[in-house]
Ligand binder design. Structure first.
Ligand SMILES: *[C@@H]1O[C@H](CO)[C@@H](O)[C@H](O)[C@H]1NC(C)=O
Ligand SMILES: *[C@@H]1O[C@H](CO)[C@@H](O)[C@H](O)[C@H]1NC(C)=O
Ligand SMILES: *[C@@H]1O[C@H](CO)[C@@H](O)[C@H](O)[C@H]1NC(C)=O
Ligand SMILES: *[C@@H]1O[C@H](CO)[C@@H](O)[C@H](O)[C@H]1NC(C)=O
Ligand SMILES: *[C@@H]1O[C@H](CO)[C@@H](O)[C@H](O)[C@H]1NC(C)=O
Length: 285
């Protein structure tokens, strides 16, 4: 009797195994599932080399109930925009992607089809931050004002596109990195606000500035946004827009080189002509 039971169990287990592996074989899982998130525009992407399959994305955080983006149910492309769905932002979201054949009946139990998972994601702590725009205004010989434009986020609320400042509030700071041209030493300052004064600069020197968003409350690896382009002041109170000092030096050098070549060619030509004239005029004598 005991052995019959064992055989029965074994049979049930075997058929379950066969069904599972058969499903696994027939329906390919979504692969390389990953988050792509910039300024809170958050998209789940994956790869698949099979056509004729449909994907359904489900997500949840603290609430054990899975939720779905209506645009990402039984869809045939391999990305799902969850920007407007991951709320509140400061939660860790878990997702899964179910794959099913395109031909399956809608009523079929989706649980039978394979799921792909992806590392959990917290938009507030992990979304990448793009490079910011800023201006440098010279106040006097030793002070400048760095004026930073808060980047826009991918989030819209009540018809308004929120800036990163609207989302991060006091958590958003900026790292301003600057150096005196000709020196290798860089100095960093952290600014709480989008407008910062940099003082104690050497009079008559030119300085170059770069800015990055900085969120100290985040984990180390995601604290800093991308570096902006560099802006440099000239010693005389002017600001070189966008180009680094090296680029200007390069441009001037190229101009000078071209000038030297032109002058050389003209001088050589003149010499040549004069020689010709002299030989011609001297010939009949
Ligand atoms: C953030 O940017 C880094 C470097 O470009 C990239 O490796 C990472 O996947 C990005 N993270 C997200 C969530 O987009
Ligand atoms: C997808 O590619 C993997 C390896 O790259 C392969 O093992 C699998 O059979 C492919 N699936 C289909 C349906 O072509
Ligand atoms: C910076 O300014 C440029 C042009 O003015 C604009 O195209 C770009 O989107 C801005 N970037 C940010 C992060 O605001
Ligand atoms: C910073 O720039 C913005 C727009 O470019 C401007 O409206 C604002 O007055 C500037 N602030 C300062 C302190 O210069
Ligand atoms: C910036 O904010 C922090 C707290 O968030 C505060 O301790 C610090 O004094 C502030 N710095 C300046 C220059 O206001």
């Amino acid at each position: 009797m005991a052995s019959l039971k064992t055989v029965l169990y074994l049979g049930v287990w075997l058929s379950a195994w066969i069904i599972t592996t058969a499903d696994e074989n027939f329906v390919p899982k979504a692969e390389n599932v990953r988050w792509v998130s910039l300024d809170f525009k958050t998209i789940l992407v994956w790869t698949t080399n099979a056509s004729d399959y449909k994907y359904t994305v489900s997500y949840h955080s603290e609430d054990p109930e899975w939720s779905q983006n209506p645009d990402c149910i039984r869809m045939s492309h391999s990305e799902c925009d969850l920007t407007d769905h991951l709320r509140p932002l400061d939660r860790t979201y878990t997702v899964q992607i179910k794959t099913e054949p395109a031909t399956v009946d809608y009523d079929d139990d989706l649980e039978d089809f394979p799921h792909s998972a992806c590392p959990p994601f917290n938009p507030y702590r992990e979304t990448n931050i793009s490079a910011v725009n800023f201006t440098v205004e010279v106040v006097d010989e030793s002070r400048v004002i760095v004026n930073i434009t808060d980047p826009l986020s991918g989030i819209h609320e009540l018809g308004k596109q929120l800036s990163l400042r609207d989302v991060f509030k006091k958590d958003l700071k900026y790292k301003i990195s600057y150096y005196m041209s000709g020196s290798t030493g860089k100095r960093d300052i952290i600014s709480n606000s989008s407008t910062a004064e940099v003082s104690k600069l050497n009079a008559g020197q030119s300085y170059c500035f770069m800015v990055a968003a900085f969120i100290p409350s985040r984990p180390k690896s995601s604290q800093q946004g991308a570096w902006s382009i560099q802006w440099c002041t000239l010693g005389d109170g002017n600001v070189l827009q966008g180009l680094s000092l090296a680029a200007w030096v390069g441009a001037v050098f190229i101009l000078l080189t071209v000038l030297v070549i032109i002058v050389t060619v003209i001088v050589l030509c003149c010499k040549c002509c004069r020689q010709k004239n002299t030989s011609q005029s001297s010939a009949p004598v």
